[in-house]
Ligand binder design. Structure first.
Ligand SMILES: Nc1nc2c(ncn2[C@@H]2O[C@H](COP(=O)(O)OP(=O)(O)OP(=O)(O)O)[C@@H](O)[C@H]2O)c(=O)[nH]1
Ligand SMILES: [Mg+2]
Length: 320
């Protein structure tokens, strides 16, 4: 790397200096997981921990993108620079929703203080959540004050996002019905802020009351989870939401060691590494591995012994 060469600063250096083109390029490098990705990610490590990462999650069509767009506008009036990562695991091929997001957020395209990127796919290793964590790190290192992650709530993804975000916002749409049950099942546990969007619709206040009733069943918390109402199109309730985000961010900053947070992608990367290791095991057709599996089947050895033996065997095979 030529960090010391002022004539031709490398990608990471340009990114850290806030060059927007370098941020865009670095995101592509990381998204495609090219050989240079690891160099960039290593070089930015000392520059992490400035940004507040805010996760927006909720069911499809709840109005997440429209709401993010409104919140971005509000944050800009507060002189915050913003990066947005929209994660769309549902349409890796058509990218239809991604295109829709571009249109919804088009008002910010002329503003250098707003950088929006959609992630729709990531190669076999690592997965979308790990990629999102890395892109959030890139935006952080590029000096963005706030990094927003938009994810469709569909089970595992929001739990993973919760690990990345400093502030977790769960969006509900009015008249959720069964979706309320889904929220109850786990998403509620991760939320710092609940938002009922589409406050203009008839069932909005009923949904808000349902969520408040659910929260009231929980043990009293030191910081109660606020349930806010927004109309993302008319942009009502947006200042309250931005205020709430700032409150939670300040609280979490005090609580957490920022340098520990700088390793926000660590957990996801550890999972990615474990997955990669697993694929070595599953793809191994070696007789030694088959023999170990057979001996488990025949109750000759236990699972953890078998796992150790498989790892040892794979290790030897990879060395040869
Ligand atoms: N009436 C009303 N419609 C809204 C509001 N917010 C968003 N919408 C509409 O709801 C639809 C979905 O909005 P999006 O912002 O794309 O929702 P999303 O949650 O990002 O959707 P996905 O990314 O596809 O999961 C659009 O037609 C929006 O115009 C609101 O506050 N009130
Ligand atoms: Mg969206």
């Amino acid at each position: 790397m030529n960090v010391s060469n002022p004539e031709k600063p490398n990608l990471a250096t340009r990114l850290i200096n806030g060059e927007v083109a370098a941020l865009a390029r670095a995101i592509s490098v990381v998204e495609r997981d090219t050989p240079n990705a690891i160099n960039v990610l290593r070089a930015i490590r000392p520059h992490l921990g400035h940004a507040v990462v805010v996760g927006f999650t909720g069911p499809p069509g709840a109005g997440k993108s429209t709401l993010v767009n409104a919140v971005v506008a509000e944050l800009r009036t507060r002189d915050k620079t913003v990066g947005v990562v929209a994660v769309d695991p549902s349409s890796p091929i058509t990218g239809g929703a991604v295109l829709g997001d571009r249109i919804r957020m088009a008002e910010h395209t002329m503003d250098a203080g707003v950088f929006i990127r959609s992630l729709a796919s990531r190669g076999a290793l690592g997965g979308l959540s790990a990629a999102a964590a890395q892109v959030a790190d890139l935006m952080d290192a590029a000096g963005r004050d706030v990094v927003i992650l938009e994810t469709v709530g569909a089970g595992q993804s929001e739990v993973e996002m919760a690990r990345i975000a400093d502030v977790r916002i769960v969006i509900a749409a009015p008249g959720l019905g069964d979706d309320i049950q889904a929220i109850k099942a786990g998403i509620l546990e991760i939320a710092d802020i609940l938002v009922v969007n589409k406050a203009d619709q008839p069932l909005a206040s009923q949904t808000k009351r349902q969520l408040e009733a659910m929260l009231s069943l929980r043990a009293p918390a030191e910081h109660p989870v606020p349930v806010l109402s927004t109309d993302a199109i008319a942009r009502t309730g947006i200042t309250d939401l931005a205020d709430s985000i700032e409150t939670v961010a300040a609280r979490n900053e005090r609580r957490d060691d920022r340098s520990a947070l700088a390793g926000r992608s660590r957990h996801l990367l550890a999972q990615a590494v474990a997955k990669a290791a697993e694929s070595y095991v599953l793809e191994s057709r070696s007789q030694a591995v088959e023999a170990i599996i057979l001996s488990v089947q025949e109750a000759q050895i236990g699972l953890s012994d078998a796992a150790k033996q498989v790892l040892n065997t794979i290790h030897k095979e990879l060395d040869d």
